[in-house]
Ligand binder design. Structure first.
Ligand SMILES: Nc1ncnc2c1ncn2[C@@H]1O[C@H](COP(=O)(O)OP(=O)(O)OP(=O)(O)O)[C@@H](O)[C@H]1O
Ligand SMILES: [Mg+2]
Length: 260
């Protein structure tokens, strides 16, 4: 569904995307893993057309988003759902209006139909009856589920999730993981999940991509990643980014040294 070709994005001397090549296959859950600053969000922004790369291509259903017109991009973006980090709900709108927002922005659907759609989406994320509450009245996990209901309100073909479970307890994490899998399996929605959470990643992923200072250092199935012999991958999947191999940018030279 999405093919990334030779994508380059630099911020000053920082190479956030270093000639990236990858694909997000239709109907699959792809998880993008990587330490802080490895370029995960930057990749998402380019793939969703929010930011232009310096060079390279992003083919979405065959259309190169980096060269698309505004109208073409707008049409493609209607097929994408996004769950932003921290849910990004509008604090001054009720749960109902938050979820209805994309429908009011992008369609002419009548109010009574909007009501049916919103009720259905809330039901899907297990939050029926919360229509009239304000975001401040919800827990963090509930807010993410409302964000998810809003992400699916336009019936997207692909959903991008930026850190959907960060800051959540294990049970809320499990609920979100199950929702991501259910949406993928039952509605066949292609999913791209940016995550720090290795356990959650292994539960939901069909394919995993690991980023490291702008490079893809590993790509494969859960099984392939688990069996990787790359020390950076092993350390990362052992959940120890601050461990013997330092993952902070200032230590990259040191790291290159001990690995060479
Ligand atoms: N708009 C920007 N201007 C300047 N530098 C940026 C910008 N966006 C990202 N960067 C830099 O690019 C690199 C990758 O950032 P990015 O946000 O993609 O990382 P990330 O993997 O999403 O990290 P995190 O897990 O902390 O969210 C970082 O070094 C960051 O400082
Ligand atoms: Mg990020």
């Amino acid at each position: 569904m999405v093919i990334v070709k030779n994508l380059v994005k630099k911020y000053g001397s920082v190479v956030a995307s270093n000639h990236l090549n990858c694909r997000f296959e239709t109907g699959k859950v792809t998880v993008i893993l990587g330490g802080s600053g490895s370029g995960k969000s930057t990749l998402l922004r380019q793939v969703t057309g929010l930011e232009k790369p310096d060079s390279g291509e992003v083919l979405f259903d065959g259309l190169d988003l980096t060269r698309a017109t505004r109208e073409q991009l707008y049409e493609k973006r209607k097929k994408m759902g996004m769950l932003f980090q921290g849910a990004a709900l509008f604090n001054y709108l009720t749960i109902f209006e938050n979820i209805a927002f994309p429908l009011r922005e992008h369609t002419q659907i009548a109010d009574n139909v909007i009501k049916t759609i919103v009720t259905m989406k809330l039901e899907m994320v297990g939050l029926r009856g919360t229509e009239d509450l304000m975001p401040s009245q919800l827990s963090g996990g509930m807010m993410k589920r409302v964000g998810l209901a809003r992400a699916i309100v336009m019936d997207p073909k692909i959903i991008f999730y930026d850190e959907p479970t960060s800051g959540l307890d294990p049970i809320s994490t499990g609920v979100i993981d199950k929702l991501i899998r259910d949406l993928n399996r039952k509605l066949n929605i292609t999913s791209v999940v940016v995550s720090h959470d290795i356990e959650s990643c292994f539960r939901i992923a069909d394919r995993i991509i690991i980023l490291y200072y702008g490079d893809i250092i590993a790509e494969g199935t859960v099984e392939e990643i688990r069996n990787s012999t790359d020390p950076r991958v092993i350390q990362f999947i052992n959940g120890n980014p601050e461990g013997p191999i330092p993952f902070t940018r200032t230590d990259k030279n040191y790291l290159d040294e001990i690995l060479s």
